[in-house]
Design a protein around this ligand. Structure first.
Ligand code: SAM
Ligand code: SF4
Length: 329
């Protein structure tokens, strides 16, 4: 799968549910309406879809959401997908998770060949954690992280940088992550979906964060890549790696190798654009995968060059109307 700009598509992210046990303030509104269960692809359909993409050249598959580990019987899908790791067709099977269910699932994930996990964690303070997630329990997430590490899974922490919320805490979070052998990646907030708050109050450019960190730490750019959009530095004082995902301050689109599928089977060729292709209809139209494969090729053929995210006081509306929990992070 090669797009019109010559980029090979080798990385697929699938949102397996739009539901979540948290309501992070930058991601969801307090009273979200979730999709009726009948609109979701079944686990078997998700498997067929993922398998078709693997056959067409996807090497890295990330399950996300919503919270992927709250989808009923999710381990059934993960266990089934692990056959592509065993055959060598897939290089990596991984998840982005809020960590709340990891004490239950960590060892089974490891047994399925999951070697790395991204866990989202925006603060180390239990009260602030409850505030930002509107209901999460930090101790439960910490226990989940440790369970994953004990199972031999390499954990990377992801934190959304939020002005006035965790900016002062970033050095401490970095020391914590690096002290536990984890990379930390910082993410800029993206204007996706209506939330209850003003995004201009939350938006913190990572260029500013980097400048301020550089006053206290020695940061050296390193070419390390995980297949995603993060750019990394090494931090001499902690001996660890810090990643920056900067969709707002630095356009990361030129090296984009990704596409995303929602839990209803809609393929988004770009996180920051509305154009999409329905794969559920061709998936359900026949037992074979020919129609599906053709629909995928057509969609890749119109993958856009990049996104047009804007956050400023004049632009009140989100750049794209769907929430991040629809397409997944
Ligand atoms: N529930 C899982 C989790 O939190 O890791 C997976 C889905 S969540 C949508 C994936 C990632 O997207 C999380 O790291 C989250 O912090 C991030 N995210 C959500 N809304 C965002 C936004 N508007 N801008 C930037 N990142 C966002
Ligand atoms: Fe749930 Fe993840 Fe969104 Fe937080 S960021 S509400 S954990 S989907």
């Amino acid at each position: 799968m090669i797009d019109p700009f010559g980029r090979a598509i080798s990385y697929l992210r699938i949102s397996v549910t739009d539901r979540c046990d948290f309501r992070c303030v930058y991601c969801m509104a307090e009273d979200m309406t979730f999709l009726p269960k009948r609109d979701l692809l079944t686990l078997e359909e998700l498997d067929r879809l993922a398998t078709t993409f693997v056959e067409k050249g996807v090497k890295k598959l990330r399950l996300t959401g919503g919270e992927p580990l709250v989808r009923k019987n999710i381990m059934h899908l993960i266990r089934s997908l692990s056959r592509h790791l065993e055959s060598g067709a897939l290089e990596e099977l991984t998840l982005t998770t809020n960590g709340s269910q990891l004490t239950t699932f960590a060892s089974e994930l490891a047994a399925c060949g999951v070697k790395r996990l991204n866990v989202s964690l925006d603060t180390l303070d239990a009260d602030k954690f409850r505030e930002i997630t509107r209901r999460g329990d930090l101790a439960q997430v910490m226990a989940g992280i440790h369970a994953a590490q004990a199972a031999g899974i390499h954990v990377k922490l992801n934190a959304v940088a939020l002005k006035g919320f965790n900016d002062a805490e970033i050095p401490e979070m970095m020391r914590f992550a690096h002290g536990e052998g984890m990379d930390l990646t910082l993410i800029e907030t993206m204007p996706m979906g209506e939330i209850d708050e003003d995004r201009t109050d939350q938006y913190l450019p990572l260029s500013e964060v980097r400048r301020s960190l550089a006053e206290r730490f020695t940061l050296t750019d390193v070419p390390f890549k995980t297949g995603g959009p993060a750019r990394y530095v090494e931090v001499a004082e902690t001996g660890g790696r810090l990643g920056f995902i900067t969709p707002m301050t630095h356009n990361f689109c030129e090296s984009c190798n990704r596409v995303r599928i929602t839990c209803t089977g809609t393929l988004f060729m770009c996180l920051g654009q509305e154009d999409a292709a329905d794969l559920r209809a061709p998936l359900r139209a026949s037992e074979g995968n020919e129609l599906l494969s053709r629909a995928i090729d057509e969609a890749i053929g119109r993958k856009p060059k990049g996104h047009d995210f804007i956050i400023d006081r004049a632009t009140r509306k989100p750049s794209v109307s769907r929430h991040m929990s629809v397409t997944g992070g």
